[in-house]
Design a protein around this ligand. Structure first.
Ligand SMILES: NC(=O)c1ccc[n+]([C@@H]2O[C@H](COP(=O)([O-])OP(=O)(O)OC[C@H]3O[C@@H](n4cnc5c(N)ncnc54)[C@H](O)[C@@H]3O)[C@@H](O)[C@H]2O)c1
Length: 451
C-alpha cells in the first residue's frame, strides 16, 4: 500500500451521497483527504467534525476521526485544494433536465476548471461522476489542459472510473463489493489510476482500453436495469390481463439460467437509472445512431406511475362507481425503500396524475419530515401511518420502506374506511395479508377482491 502513512493527498470534489463515502474510503486506505464543495455551510460543518450521513454510520465515524487527527479538511476553494493535492477526484452531480432532456455537465466543467488552475506536473485526475461517453476525453481533458498549460498523459494523468455504489452500503461497495473499472486517456494514466485503486478496492481493478470504455460501461449498467425494469412492467400488464401473477411467472422463467426477468414497479426514481439512458441517447444522436429500445424502455418507465394510477382508478370504479370520496393516501415519498432521497421520485408523478383526476392527496413517509416539492404541490406530508389512511378510498404504496412490511397490510389499513382499494406498487404483500373490505392489487398483476 504505497499511500499508507498519509503519503498521498487526495482532493474529492463533491461531498454528497457518493462523495462522502469516497472520502471515507480514501482515508481508510491511508491518504490525507481535502474535501471540496460549493456549499459553505456543509464545508464549515465538516471542518467542525459535524458529518451527516445517516444511511452509513461508518462514513460519519471515519470522517469525524480524520478531522480530529488532522487528516481531513474541507474547503470551497477548489483551486487551492488542487494545488495542495496529488490526486483529484471529481464526484459532482451530472444531470438531465427532465423537461427538455438536455444533459447538464456544468458542475463537472466547473470542478475541472478549478482543478486545472492548481494542476501540477505528476498529478492524477480521476472523474467518477457518471457521464455521457467521451466526456473525459472531449470535455474534461481540454479544460484541464487549457487551464494548466500542461498535457494530459505527458505531464499529468487523467482517467475515468465509475462509482457503482448504492447509498446504504456505499462504503462497502467501494471497498469490498465490486471491482473498480478504470480507463485512462492513455496507458500511463490507466496504470497510475489502477495502482491507486488497488489500495482501495479489495476485489481489484478492471483496466479497460480507455476512458470512453469505462464511461460507457457505467451508462450501460444503468440502461440494462432501466430496460429490464421496463420489460418487467410491460409483461406484468400482460399478466394482469391474463389474470395471472407476473411474480409467479418470473420465478418459473428465471429458473432457467439465461432468463433474468427483473421486478416490476410503480416507477423508477433517483438521479441514476432515469438519467443515464439520456446520456447514451445524447451521444447516440450525435453519432447518428438510433437507440429505440433504450428510448422505449425510458418511456415505459416514465409512464409507469400514470399507468398504475389508471389501474387503481379502474379498480376504484368497480367498488364505488361514483369514485367517492376522491381522497388518496400515498405511502412513500422516497424513490426507493429505506432512504430519505426523494429525487425524481415516482410519487410526484402519482400525485400530479391523481390531482388531474380531482383527487385530494396525502403522502406518508417514515423517513422524511419535510419536502419543498410537496409543499409547492400543496400536498400534506404526514408521519403518522394510521392517520394518513383515515378518510381515503384509495391507498397507493409507492416505496418499499421496511416499516410498511413490518407493520403489515392489516395494520396499515386498520383505520381506513371500507371498502378501500390498495394498490401495492412494490409487491410487498401476499394474498393472506388482505383483510375484509380491501380490494388489493399488486403491480405484478395479483388481485384479491375482499369487498
Ligand atoms: N447517489 C448514488 O447512488 C450514485 C451512485 C453511483 C453514481 N452516482 C453518480 O455520482 C455523482 C454524484 O452523485 P451524488 O448522488 O453524490 O450527488 P449529490 O447531489 O448527493 O452530491 C453532489 C455534491 O456535489 C456538490 N457540488 C455541486 N457542484 C459542485 C462543484 N462545481 N464543485 C464541487 N462540488 C460541487 C454539491 O453541493 C453536493 O454536495 C453523479 O454523477 C451520480 O450520477 C451516484
Amino acid at each position: 500500500m504505497f499511500f499508507k502513512n498519509n503519503k498521498i493527498t487526495a482532493s474529492v470534489y463533491g461531498l454528497g451521497k457518493v462523495g462522502l463515502p469516497l472520502v471515507a474510503a480514501w482515508l481508510r486506505a491511508g491518504a490525507k483527504v481535502i474535501g471540496v464543495d460549493i456549499h459553505p455551510d456543509l464545508v464549515e460543518k465538516l471542518n467542525r467534525g459535524v458529518v451527516s450521513y445517516p444511511e452509513e454510520r461508518e462514513v460519519e465515524d471515519t470522517i469525524i476521526k480524520a478531522v480530529e487527527a488532522g487528516n481531513f479538511t474541507a474547503t470551497t476553494d477548489g483551486v487551492q485544494a488542487s494545488r495542495d493535492s496529488d490526486v483529484k477526484i471529481i464526484i459532482v452531480p451530472t444531470k438531465v433536465d427532465m423537461e427538455t432532456k438536455q444533459v447538464d455537465l456544468t458542475a463537472l466543467q466547473d470542478a475541472a476548471k478549478k482543478i486545472s488552475l492548481g494542476l501540477k506536473r505528476g498529478d492524477m485526475v480521476i472523474v467518477e461522476s457518471t457521464v455521457p461517453p467521451l466526456t473525459t476525453e472531449k470535455i474534461v481533458k481540454p479544460i484541464l489542459e487549457k487551464g494548466s498549460g500542461l498535457k494530459a498523459e505527458k505531464d499529468f494523468g487523467l482517467a475515468y472510473s465509475p462509482e457503482r455504489v448504492m447509498v446504504g452500503h456505499a462504503l462497502k461497495d467501494i471497498e469490498e463489493n465490486y471491482p473498480k473499472v478504470v480507463g485512462g486517456v492513455g496507458e500511463r494514466s490507466t496504470l497510475v489510476a489502477c495502482k491507486l485503486y488497488e489500495n482501495i478496492a479489495k476485489k481489484g481493478v478492471i483496466a479497460v482500453s480507455n476512458s470512453t470504455v469505462a464511461e460507457t460501461a457505467k451508462v450501460f449498467e444503468g440502461i440494462y436495469r432501466d430496460v429490464n425494469i421496463a420489460l418487467a412492467n410491460e409483461l406484468s400488464r400482460l399478466c394482469s390481463a391474463l389474470g395471472i401473477d407476473f411474480m409467479e411467472v418470473r420465478k418459473a422463467a428465471n429458473s432457467q439460467p439465461y432468463c433474468h426477468l427483473h421486478l416490476p414497479g410503480i416507477g423508477v426514481g433517483g438521479l441514476c437509472i432515469p438519467v443515464y439512458p439520456y446520456f447514451a441517447l445524447k451521444v447516440a444522436s450525435e453519432k447518428g445512431v438510433e437507440l429505440s429500445l433504450t428510448r422505449t424502455g425510458r418511456l415505459i418507465n416514465e409512464k409507469a406511475p400514470v399507468t398504475a394510477v389508471e389501474t387503481a382508478l379502474n379498480a376504484l370504479k368497480e367498488v364505488s362507481p361514483s369514485l367517492e370520496p376522491k381522497k388518496c393516501a400515498i405511502l412513500g415519498l422516497a424513490f426507493r425503500g429505506n432512504v430519505a432521497d426523494t429525487r425524481l421520485s415516482p410519487t410526484y408523478d402519482i400525485i400530479d396524475e391523481l390531482k388531474m383526476h380531482g383527487f385530494e392527496v396525502k403522502v406518508h413517509d417514515p423517513l422524511i419530515r419535510e419536502d419543498p416539492v410537496l409543499e409547492s404541490k400543496n400536498t400534506p406530508l404526514l408521519n403518522d401511518l394510521r392517520a394518513v389512511v383515515r378518510d381515503v378510498s384509495l391507498i397507493i404504496l409507492s416505496t418499499d420502506h421496511l416499516t410498511y412490511k413490518k407493520h403489515g397490510l392489516k395494520t396499515i389499513v386498520s383505520d381506513a374506511p371500507r371498502p378501500v382499494v390498495f394498490l401495492d406498487g412494490r409487491n410487498l404483500f401476499v394474498e393472506e395479508d388482505v383483510p375484509p373490505g380491501v380490494y388489493y392489487i399488486s403491480i405484478s398483476g395479483r388481485r384479491v377482491k375482499n369487498v
